[in-house]
Ligand binder design. Structure first.
Ligand code: NAP
Ligand code: MG
Length: 729
């Protein structure tokens, strides 16, 4: 078992690893610390799932499963980079690419009929969406900006769009019959095995059975009415048109991989309602599935002039759509995973409430967020900025987050228990002792879901919040709404623990809307606050506040204190930045900022030092902190423009600062002696190395693949300085 596991992922962070990981391994080896990789990339996970289709030298071990076991032990010390949570189009593209590379994988069955096809589809569906994090997150989340990162952002404030009181940008949500208003919740007194059935006039269908819950689990159930959703979408399209602003729909189709693509599909259907009414049968014959998005629909009807004419007519009668890429004509409705609420809403808010329209210009937008569970967070933020003007990053304090997420807490665990209801009836959640825990009367097409949260993660989360509040001494708020069914059950855990530890007066409890305002008021004054939140809000808030405060969530420190004693160190809260890969392939410039990796590396080494009493690891860790500080102080982070320093340059500087700090420290003379010549060489060869790195930029490059790149080609692209390589070698 290596001391530290560094995950192999996809897209921009994986490209960065091709340059950075050899440096880490080289430095760590000098201290006797081993760092090895485990493959959790989309391509790797696909290959590990279908060994029977591959020959011996193509087969790949199931590293995710192995890591899933490791994180339940005290031995775990994992640096986790962001990976692709694949939407169906991404999954299909990855399969095609692997097939073209000679892997005889089965196609993704769009409409499985035979048992064999259904089995293949079930395997692929296990890879889809958020399939990695829930397996690894055996602990709750502690995310904050490291002090050095926050003070850098205050000294170098990023640009913020202006907010004015007359901005027409606003959030629209359903007036009822959504997930939050239909929610029921109960805490189980005893261990139970549940089943979910749909009772109709014809009899009972089992939707899911054998769901085992330990005593103390909070079990929720709810549904969104499809009729209410359709009315709401139709009305909002009309309202947006009347207001003369952009129509935008913000969901999380990757994580909420069952519910949100369906809601997205209703968005597509509502927008093109006249086309679906007139051509419904033809569209069905062409295999159009609105959940796959407008992009897929257009590709399928391209040859049909009559439908294309009607689509054009419909689009011109509709409000302009918020665009993903106006140059390429990619709209908000093209692909469900293009607009992801936790990144899209903060970006729009940071830009002063502006989105890109089809004409390539910025405009106000109606931000449609159908469900009211967390829409008030964005609504209140927008109202706050309309009243108070934009935030000033030079003077704002910070919102840290302690998030409940261990063991698939809350919505992360909900995909296997989410259903699009096939026919009208009553959904019942029945326990093995015959108790009907929850029931809902539903119509065909309604989206019903259940989520569970276990006792141990909840208690761990409250205790983590207490530890962090004591460490920071600042305002701390549980973002829980006593009037919401699920939150009330959580509060029944939270309040007694706070009382027992004499911490009641250190915490406030507020519904998300009130907590949003209170937090914005606090940071506007320059003070700090801790948001103690559930899982979905954890995800949303650790993008929203960092994007406002630091311009990106990628620079966050993201620590997962595993419940069984291990450590999981996530690199920032950003994703895998597909746009960065595109730029690298076109211009050989990688603008990915590895600050998240730097911070995670420091934490992981500190953890190794503490857990194993490894003093050399502590020396490495302290030097990593000095190096990170050096990167910030001297502005060595990557630039966005080709021809300027990029990700690879920042790794050179990191290596140099790291070596220098190790050479200078006196705690471990052996390490100091080892790193002195390395530090000297890195500094003496600065001009040579930087010019070799600069010379590489400009031309398009070939990585031999997108989802599964060629290792040799990637190394050649990402390590273009012979001088640096030879010092590292
Ligand atoms: P994203 O990858 O975070 O990208 C959004 C934008 O954030 C990027 O285009 C980039 O802005 C900026 N950004 C993110 N990380 C950065 C970094 N290290 N350095 C500089 N800029 C950075 O979000 P997304 O496009 O919504 O998601 C892409 C993929 O990542 C999806 O497959 C998603 O599922 C996955 N994801 C994974 C995790 C995880 O594994 N923990 C978390 C979130 C998302 P500019 O383009 O302006 O430079
Ligand atoms: Mg997020």
């Amino acid at each position: 078992m290596p001391d530290i596991i560094y995950t192999k992922v996809d897209e921009a962070p994986e490209l960065a690893s091709a340059s950075f990981l050899p440096i880490i391994q080289r430095f760590a080896a000098a201290a006797g610390v081993t760092v090895e990789t485990k493959d959790i990339s989309l391509a790797g996970r696909i290959l590990a799932t279908f060994p029977e289709h591959l020959n011996d030298d193509q087969r790949q071990s199931d590293d995710l499963a192995e890591l899933g076991r490791l994180v339940k032990t005290a031995e775990a010390n994992v640096i986790k980079l962001p990976n692709i949570s694949a939407s169906v189009p991404q999954l299909v593209a990855a399969i095609k690419e692997l097939q073209s590379q000679g892997f005889a994988l089965p196609d993704y069955p769009e409409a499985p009929e035979t048992e064999a096809e259904k089995a293949v589809r079930a395997k692929y569906d296990g890879i889809k969406g958020s399939a990695v994090n829930p397996v690894l997150r055996e602990g709750n989340s502690d995310r904050r900006a490291a002090k050095a990162v926050k003070s850098f952002a205050q000294k170098n404030p990023h640009r913020m769009g202006d907010w004015t009181a007359d901005s027409k940008t606003h959030v629209s949500s359903m007036s009822g019959n959504d997930f939050v208003s239909n929610e029921v919740s109960a805490t189980l007194k005893n261990d139970a095995v549940a089943k979910i059935v749909l009772a109709t006039a014809q009899g009972e269908t089992v939707l899911k059975q054998d769901i085992a819950y330990p005593a103390g689990t909070v079990v929720d159930a709810t549904f969104m009415s499809v009729a209410a959703l359709k009315d709401f979408l139709a009305t909002e399209i009309e309202k947006t048109k009347a207001q003369g602003i952009l129509f935008s729909l913000h969901l999380k189709a990757t994580m909420m991989k069952v519910s949100d693509p369906i809601i997205f599909g209703h968005g597509v259907k509502a927008f093109l309602a006249p086309v679906f009414e007139k051509h419904g049968d033809t569209l069905a014959d062409l295999g159009v599935n609105p959940n796959a998005g407008l992009g897929d629909l257009l590709a399928r009807v391209k040859g049909n002039a009559a439908i294309m004419t009607d689509i054009d007519a419909c689009m011109s009668a509709r409000p302009p759509l918020y665009m993903v890429d106006s140059d390429k004509g990619v709209t908000n409705l093209h692909v469900s995973s293009d607009v992801i609420i936790d990144a899209s809403m903060p970006a729009l808010i940071r830009a002063g409430g502006k989105g890109w329209g089809p004409d390539g210009r910025e405009a106000d937008a109606n931000c449609v967020i159908p469900d009211n569970s967390y829409a008030p967070v964005y609504d209140e933020t927008i109202k706050f900025f309309k009243e108070n003007g934009k935030l000033n990053p030079a003077t704002t304090g910070t919102v840290q987050n302690i998030g409940l997420m261990a063991q698939k807490a809350e919505e992360y665990g909900s995909h296997p228990t989410t259903f699009e209801i096939p026919e009208a009836g009553t959904v019942k959640m029945i326990l093995d002792d015959g108790t009907i825990l929850h029931e809902h009367v539903v119509e065909a097409g309604d989206i019903w879901r259940s989520a569970a949260t276990r006792r141990a993660p909840i208690e761990d989360w409250v205790n983590l919040a207490i530890t962090r509040q004591k460490a920071e001494g600042c305002r701390a708020i549980f973002w829980l709404d006593n009037d919401r069914a699920h939150d009330a059950e959580l509060l029944a855990y939270v309040e007694p623990i706070l009382a027992a530890q004499g911490m009641t007066d250190k915490f406030e409890i507020m519904a998300p809307r009130e907590a949003t305002r209170a937090s914005l008021e606090t940071i506007t004054k320059g003070d700090n606050t801790i948001a103690v939140s559930g899982n979905v809000l954890r995800d949303y808030l650790t993008d929203l506040f960092p994007i406002l405060e630091l311009a990106t969530s990628a620079k966050m420190l993201s620590i997962v204190k595993l419940m069984n004693g291990g450590g999981l160190f996530e690199t920032g809260a950003g994703g895998s930045a597909p746009k960065h890969v595109q730029q690298l392939m076109e211009q050989n410039h990688l603008r990915w900022d590895s600050l998240g990796e730097f911070c995670a590396l420091g934490e992981s080494l500190h953890f190794l030092a503490d857990a194993k009493g490894n003093d050399k690891a502590r020396v490495l860790a302290q030097a990593v902190e000095d190096a990170t500080q050096g990167i910030l102080d001297d502005s060595r982070s990557p630039s966005r423009k080709v021809g300027e320093p990029d990700n690879r340059d920042s790794h050179y500087w990191f290596a140099r600062y790291w070596a220098t700090a190790l050479a200078k420290q006196t705690n471990d003379p052996e390490l100091a002696a080892h790193f002195t010549p390395i530090a000297d060489a890195l500094s003496a060869q600065e001009q040579q190395i930087l010019s070799e790195l600069a010379a590489a930029q400009g031309p398009a490059v070939d990585l031999g693949g997108y989802y599964r790149t060629d290792a040799a080609k990637t190394t050649a692209v990402m390590r273009p300085s012979e001088t640096l390589n030879s010092i590292m070698g």
